[in-house]
Write a protein of this length. Structure first.
Length: 417
């Protein structure tokens, strides 16, 4: 149905009025500073709990779950908790699967709540324990870097889920940077992410240079991708191995990174021909229903790698005229001498996106979880739900007609043993 000009103008006026009403609220919320708080940061870390030499055995998880964090810890009492403020010191610890615990409020009433068991480690003990666990499992390590709007609890919970999904039983290392855990703190999260670049880069370099580290599988989500890619570039430049570093399998879930920037630079750095031939690969999970990255597109002015928006309207028109969905993806790198293998694979989860944001399909949608697990453990030949698209490096995940309503929770969460 076509609108007359007055109708169109009235609709635009209503939109403008709505935006003007919301503007003061959004501006005050989005640019409000991250407060220092009522307690000097030095008081949080004054207790010796923040500098453990070793950790009591009974506090260790029975799983090989390791945490690295640049969050400010609150060591005033047990258990130590990790805050949303940033710290200049990187600390090490161990964590476990979520457990139910009775929590008492100020009125003395209790309620059952999931918590993540966590305790700080002495630095040397942490590295020694990780070395022992890695050597049991052929030197393989799974590293997860979370994204925007995460707390330590939510990101550690996701790390444990990723470890269970993989089925590999190799050490899981969770890097937790000080995301604020709030929707309206995106700018603060970006600031803290960039502040963490050196800390994460130094950690990843040390991990990759250990003689017992044979392979690092990296999973990065959302804003965390902007930490991971530059750090891998740095490790590659400083690798003692002339052909490739031991970071081989890189998985980017809903990556909040400029798509054109990724296209332009990746062939010259992370996916050089010799690294691809030495089994370096990147798998990207994206969705056209990703609302979080739709907002990030509006904020930054350019499409994100994790959402197939078409920046070029003429490209969108051309796709529509050819009968294709109006979705634009990162192009494969062009090489003077093409590698023997394909370094970039894109998985479009639009058709199976779940929850309100579509920003975490790899942990929420059964078919995406199954595919994600296959990518982690290197069994993509069994990823039978992939549907080829017009581009050789892009595949779509479509609903299974024989199982239209899978049990997403059972498939994705895989209860702890």
């Amino acid at each position: 149905m076509h609108m007359t000009v007055p109708e169109w103008l009235m609709r635009q006026a209503r939109k403008l009025r709505f935006c003007l009403i919301l503007l003061p609220i959004l501006v005050s919320a989005c640019i409000s500073p991250v407060r220092y708080g009522d307690i000097p940061h030095g008081e949080y870390v004054a207790n010796e709990r923040c500098r453990p030499v070793e950790q009591p055995v009974e506090m260790l998880s029975d799983k090989p779950y390791f945490a690295v964090t640049s969050r400010l810890p609150d060591c005033r009492s047990e258990p130590v908790t990790l805050l949303s403020q940033r710290s200049d010191v990187v600390r090490y610890g161990r964590f476990g699967d979520p457990v139910a615990k009775e929590i008492a409020n100020a009125k003395g009433k209790t309620k059952t709540q999931e918590v993540i068991p966590f305790a700080l480690n002495g630095n040397q003990q942490w590295w020694d324990d990780l070395a022992a666990e890695a050597q049991k499992r052929d030197g393989r390590i799974l590293l997860y870097v979370h994204g925007f709007r995460e707390t330590f609890f939510t990101s550690a919970r996701d790390s444990a889920q990723i470890a269970r999904l993989s089925g590999l039983e190799i050490p899981m290392v969770h890097y937790s940077w000080p995301s604020q855990g709030e929707v309206l703190k995106y700018a603060a999260d970006e600031t803290n992410m960039y502040y963490n670049e050196r800390q994460f880069r130094n950690f990843l370099t040390r991990l990759a240079q250990q003689p017992w580290t044979k392979e690092i599988i990296v999973v990065a989500h959302s804003l965390g991708v902007r930490l991971v890619i530059p750090a891998i570039e740095f490790v590659d430049r400083n690798s003692s191995n002339a052909d490739s570093s031991n970071i081989s399998n890189i998985i980017l879930a809903s990556p909040d990174i400029d798509r054109q920037d990724f296209e332009r630079d990746i062939a010259e750095t992370v996916l050089t021909m010799r690294r691809v031939n030495n089994d370096r690969r990147i798998t990207v999970y994206l969705s056209a229903k990703d609302r979080a990255l739709g907002l990030a597109y509006n904020i930054h002015g350019y499409p994100r790698l994790g959402r197939p928006d078409c920046f070029d309207p003429f490209e969108a028109i051309s796709l529509r005229e050819q009968g294709y969905p109006e979705r634009c993806y990162a192009a494969k790198a062009e090489y003077d001498t093409p590698p023997d293998k394909s370094g970039l694979t894109i998985i479009d989860t639009t058709a199976i996106s779940r929850d309100q944001t579509g920003h975490s399909d790899y942990l929420r949608s059964a078919l995406a979880c199954t595919d994600f697990a296959a990518v982690i453990n290197g069994t993509t030949d069994k990823a039978t739900n992939r549907v080829p698209t017009r581009l050789l490096h892009v595949f779509a995940l479509e609903p299974d007609p024989e199982n239209p309503k899978p049990d997403h929770i059972a498939v994705c969460r895989r209860k702890p043993n």
